[in-house]
Design a protein around this ligand. Sequence first.
Ligand code: HEC
Ligand code: HEC
Ligand code: HEC
Ligand code: HEC
Ligand code: HEC
Ligand code: HEC
Ligand code: HEC
Ligand code: HEC
Ligand code: HEC
Length: 314
Amino acid sequence: MIKSSVLTVSFMTMAASLLLAGTSLAEDEYDVKLYGPKSSIEWNKPIKATFDHKTHTMDAGLECNSCHDDLFSMQRGTAVSSHKFTMKAMAEGQFCGSCHDGDTAFATDTNCMACHGVAEDPMIWDEPTKAAFSHTSHVEDMGLECSSCHTGTFAMKKGAATANKDFTMASFKEGKYCGSCHNGDDAFDSASQCESCHFPPAEKIVFTQPVKSVVFDHDIHVTRESLSCESCHKEVFAMKKGTVEGQELILSDDPAEKRKYLENLHNKYCGTCHDSSQAFGYLTRCTVCHIGVKGFDKMSGGNKKNDAHGKSKH
Ligand code: HEC
Ligand code: HEC
Ligand code: HEC
Ligand code: HEC
Ligand code: HEC
Ligand code: HEC
Ligand code: HEC
Ligand code: HEC
Ligand code: HEC
């Protein structure tokens, strides 16, 4: 009994001292005087890059004077303010390039990600539509070089393409931006598989013009019915809310004319599928779509009151 409790105690003491050693080691591990500032130095102009003292002093064994003050001043931001802190200067052996020359350390024309890690992956654009791009999958999985995009195709700055105003599907089709590869040859065509890059809206779309409350649910069509985005967004609908609502409304009071118009209107949009064969017909079940307005079924008969409603633009 006594023996075993002594054993337990000594075991516990050992564990405690190990734990203590662990913490004190972690604290002693980094000596700012010996190794320089602990937190990494980050630049954001003109693009994001980071420098870690620890990897250079503690890990690579460099002395302060191998950089200070000949290559860099001990004042964050000085190099950037010189306006000479560029890849070109580095390639000529200045700044980081005095060591990162492929000899002392990896060269600056390689391994761009090591110094310019991309914070946001995947990157998401919210305007004008929601779309995503993953550096990791393009660089690591597909083995592309930074230069295959960052010389001409894209600036190394999020939002730069958007600011150009021609960051559109039409430009991609002409071989610009994503379309320089997503052309059906080098990578899948940007005019196909929209769902690889785009997100469907999570909320239901409620049409309010010219009549109220036709409700369209992406979830039902995309998830439950497994329809591709293209089945609607290539020809039937623009991927932008309000396009259908923006269509010209008929002004005729002639019931026959109005009837024909309504059929055309429905046929052109939802009716391309809701034709009683691919999906329930628009002529038979008005209220499945027009959920917000009572008496729509009667409308198809040309009821006076409802005809007037159909014409109104509220
Ligand atoms: C491999 C190069 C290199 C080495 C070695 C190095 N530094 Fe630095 N240090 C830098 C760079 C780069 C900067 C940022 C300069 C700039 O932004 O212009 C910097 C900045 C600093 C700053 C300013 C930080 C701030 O927030 O303003 C201090 C302090 C500093 N270094 C201390 C040290 C000390 C102490 C050592 C040695 C233990 C050391 N450095 C070794 C490259 C180095
Ligand atoms: C050893 C680190 C390092 C490597 C490797 C590196 N860069 Fe840089 N780069 C920097 C630093 C530091 C700056 C200046 C500060 C800033 O703009 O963030 C910079 C600036 C830039 C700039 C803006 C200034 C200019 O020269 O136009 C671009 C663009 C750039 N790098 C692209 C690249 C590309 C592409 C690669 C790979 C082929 C690469 N960098 C590799 C550290 C590096
Ligand atoms: C005095 C020489 C020297 C200078 C100047 C220098 N480096 Fe380094 N750097 C090294 C060495 C040595 C290594 C380790 C060997 C290697 O990775 O090739 C290294 C490694 C690195 C690494 C890889 C760290 C890791 O996690 O493995 C990065 C990132 C880096 N340097 C960025 C920079 C940036 C950014 C600058 C300029 C602001 C810079 N270095 C300036 C010598 C230098
Ligand atoms: C397949 C194309 C492609 C490749 C390859 C690529 N990028 Fe990018 N990168 C982009 C796009 C697109 C943007 C966003 C540009 C925009 O919004 O205008 C971007 C933006 C960036 C940004 C700015 C991020 C920000 O938040 O502002 C950095 C940094 C960057 N890339 C670094 C790299 C590095 C380093 C490599 C190589 C390791 C690389 N990129 C390879 C397409 C690419
Ligand atoms: C390779 C990726 C990719 C594919 C595939 C893709 N897009 Fe895009 N799309 C984008 C990017 C990136 C933007 C610009 C940024 C944004 O709008 O968020 C964009 C923008 C758009 C826009 C707004 C700008 C414009 O051109 O009017 C629409 C609408 C659009 N896409 C529809 C589609 C449709 C429909 C499909 C399928 C037929 C599709 N996209 C396939 C990446 C893609
Ligand atoms: C330098 C060529 C190149 C450019 C530019 C490029 N891609 Fe790609 N992308 C590829 C290749 C290669 C593949 C893999 C082959 C395939 O899937 O057809 C790919 C695959 C993808 C995939 C599927 C894999 C994944 O990441 O989930 C998406 C999504 C994608 N790209 C989006 C984009 C977007 C968005 C843009 C523009 C912002 C873009 N790409 C620009 C070459 C490129
Ligand atoms: C069954 C048809 C259908 C399918 C399939 C479909 N959509 Fe839509 N989508 C619509 C309709 C209808 C609208 C609204 C058009 C309008 O108001 O003119 C719309 C609008 C949008 C909008 C604009 C939303 C806004 O608030 O501006 C986006 C983005 C969108 N769809 C993305 C997608 C994506 C991504 C897919 C595939 C994953 C997809 N859609 C599949 C019918 C469809
Ligand atoms: C690309 C074909 C296609 C288009 C275009 C389309 N739908 Fe559908 N929709 C379907 C299919 C398939 C179903 C499921 C079969 C069925 O219910 O008959 C469905 C089902 C529905 C349902 C029933 C949902 C439930 O609860 O079961 C509603 C409501 C609906 N669609 C509304 C619309 C509206 C509004 C539009 C036009 C804005 C539209 N759909 C455009 C294919 C389509
Ligand atoms: C598959 C879905 C769907 C079905 C079924 C449907 N509609 Fe519609 N209808 C729409 C959409 C979408 C609009 C245009 C947006 C809006 O006005 O809310 C619309 C618009 C209308 C309009 C306004 C047109 C204008 O320009 O004045 C009338 C009237 C109308 N529908 C009557 C009917 C009648 C009657 C039925 C049944 C015979 C019917 N709808 C069945 C989807 C549907």
